[in-house]
Design a protein around this ligand. Structure first.
Ligand code: SAH
Ligand code: SF4
Length: 365
């Protein structure tokens, strides 16, 4: 018999589920708190719900967690989970501990259709959108593992979420936004919108909505400062070019000095790392409240690029700092376990370079 996964329901849907099964309205509030404040995945532990109701809930529904296939721990404390979904496809989730925060990096799709030339995820053959419960499930599984329930406690380990794992979140807006709204719910995991960052390669039509609907921080995978190069590195640029992308960012609804756009810029040796590139980068984003994140290229097996030399990264960074931007170099984390930016790709679905161009996009925009 079909059992409803309660993690797939928004609060309103959970209320409907209760009404449909002749449970009083307050049950939805109780269930929501048990699931998202206390992290329970068994109805039998819900002590303020009568046994007969718990039995009914067990018959009708489940509170799922994705299955873990593998856990890897890096020397620097970064943890990576390989997660198996119901259809056997796999995604990766990463936890990055830092002095002042703990960040979970979530995947939004199995693979990615956008084929950025420097990104491992883009070489994966199978692509599908994750459901809201599969996105949320990654976060809850990390909280389980770190013993980080109840969610509002002091010194919580997971303080920040970044949508920077596998996939392009703005090509799966429906499920991503549903999951983010649940993460932000005051009666649940209650993560502030200021502590959630969504990274996009530049799906312009969805940018305004992300700001007005979710109000989360926006990161843009820029990587090049002219269309000619960006067309090659981030091919979606052919559809959504730099001028329009910058305009969309300038108009991002929640922008202010405390809510800045993050520009991600992967440092590729002899490709995009000259002084001129740095100067043009500053010109391009002039007037937009901004942070710049220089990401040393993380190599992966078969990748065609090299990381810029430390000297070039330092020169590039100095030009940016002299222009008034703070400490822009992102230290690679979890490199030894392939958990760093752009290295994510589940082992089960390797595809040869020659096959990449045959991929069919799942969305026609
Ligand atoms: N698809 C979204 C979010 C996931 S990628 C996006 O592209 O924004 C997270 C970041 O890592 C992006 O800025 C991406 O461009 C960058 N990245 C991809 N491959 C990389 C690599 N091999 N080395 C360093 N950064 C990489
Ligand atoms: Fe997809 Fe982002 Fe990788 Fe580009 S960088 S292929 S958009 S995951």
């Amino acid at each position: 018999m079909f059992k409803q996964d309660l993690i797939d329901l928004s609060f309103e849907q959970l209320q409907e589920f209760c009404a449909l099964n002749e449970l009083p309205k307050f049950r939805a509030t109780q269930l929501w708190r048990w699931i998202y404040c206390f992290g329970l995945s068994s109805f039998d532990d819900m002590t303020n719900i009568a046994k007969s109701t718990r039995n009914l809930l067990n018959q009708l529904s489940v509170i799922s967690r994705p299955e873990i296939t593998e856990i890897q721990k890096s020397k620097d404390g970064t943890i990576k989970w390989l997660i198996k979904l119901k259809d056997n496809s796999e995604v990766e989730t990463v936890f990055i501990p830092q002095d002042d925060r703990g960040t979970v990096c979530l995947s939004s799709q199995v693979g990615c259709t956008l084929n950025c030339t420097f990104c491992h995820t883009g070489t994966q053959a199978l692509v599908r959108n994750l459901t809201s419960s599969e996105i949320l499930g990654q976060l809850m599984l990390v909280m389980d593992h770190l013993d980080d329930w109840p969610s509002g406690k002091n010194n919580r380990k997971v303080t920040n979420v970044v949508m920077m794992g596998m996939g392009e979140p703005l090509l799966n807006y429906k499920e991503v936004s549903k999951a983010i709204k649940i993460m932000m719910s005051d009666d649940g995991i209650s993560l502030s919108r200021r502590r959630i960052t969504l990274s996009t390669s530049g799906i312009i039509p969805m940018i305004e909505k992300t700001g007005s609907d979710l109000g989360v921080n926006l990161a843009i995978s820029l990587h090049a400062v002219n269309d000619e190069l960006r067309d090659k590195l981030v091919p979606i640029n052919k559809k959504y070019n730099l001028e329009n992308l910058i305009d969309a960012c300038r108009n991002y609804p929640i922008l202010s000095n405390s809510r800045r756009i993050t520009w991600e810029y992967v440092m590729l040796k002899d490709i995009n790392d000259t002084k001129e590139d740095a100067i043009n980068l500053i010109k391009l984003i002039k007037g937009i409240p901004s942070k710049i994140n220089l990401i040393p290229f993380n190599p992966w097996p078969g990748s065609l690029f090299q990381t810029s030399t430390q000297k070039n990264i330092d020169i590039f960074a100095k030009i940016i700092m002299d222009a008034g931007f703070a400490s822009p170099i992102r230290k690679p984390r979890g490199q030894d376990i392939y958990a760093a930016c752009g290295q994510l790709k589940s082992e089960t679905q390797k595809v040869r370079k020659s096959q990449i161009n045959k991929l069919v996009p799942i969305h026609s925009l």
